[in-house]
Write a protein that binds this ligand. Sequence first.
Ligand SMILES: Nc1ncnc2c1ncn2[C@@H]1O[C@H](COP(=O)(O)OP(=O)(O)OP(=O)(O)O)[C@@H](O)[C@H]1O
Length: 210
Amino acid sequence: MNANPRLHIKQLTISLESEMLLAIDRVIPPGDVLTVMGPSGSGKSTLLAYLAGFLSPAFTALGQLYLDEQRLDTLPAEKRGIGLLFQDPLLFPHLSVGGNLRFGLPRQSNDKHRQISHALEQVGLAGFEKRDPATLSGGQKARVALMRLLLSKPQAVLLDEPFSKLDTALRQETRSLVFGQLREAGLPTLLVTHDRADADAAGGPVIELG
Ligand SMILES: Nc1ncnc2c1ncn2[C@@H]1O[C@H](COP(=O)(O)OP(=O)(O)OP(=O)(O)O)[C@@H](O)[C@H]1O
């Protein structure tokens, strides 16, 4: 597989009780962000669940999902190499910041200590290894969650309203940091949001559902 694959959502339709909820046919090139917006109930969470591999059997999905030439939709969630970032950073409270980042690293990686300190430096948190996540601000937690995700070397990323719990000033800063890191890592990314400013900061195409 290439270092920087593209994500192809190919002729996807998702229906609920024989009513079509959404239809998408898109390629997300490496390092690009596709933003999905739409009112409540339009299918944003359903789309994320399909991509991540945990769509409820209540829905019927037709179409395919590819990472370059590799078919993903036939694989279970844990084999897809798709990383997720949610509204809540979901850091492990019983682990330090460093322990949370270590959790993202593949078990066999070399030089874990250096990778962790480098990751923290990249997001302005140098020296935070020993901190308890409970003592971090919302923006700092979001940055740790992002770096934990990147250390796990995903092939593609899904963002589910990742900035909505941050206050306005912090939101802008966190947005540019997250999108900058994802672009630099060359990851195809799908962002679900209610906030037009998120879409603007993402800088890529926007799909409106519903
Ligand atoms: N497990 C399920 N079984 C049956 N119907 C469901 C299920 N989950 C969601 N739905 C329905 O599917 C439709 C799409 O829901 P979805 O949660 O994807 O919307 P959304 O755009 O994410 O909404 P919100 O912005 O409120 O999170 C809605 O009509 C919802 O009621």
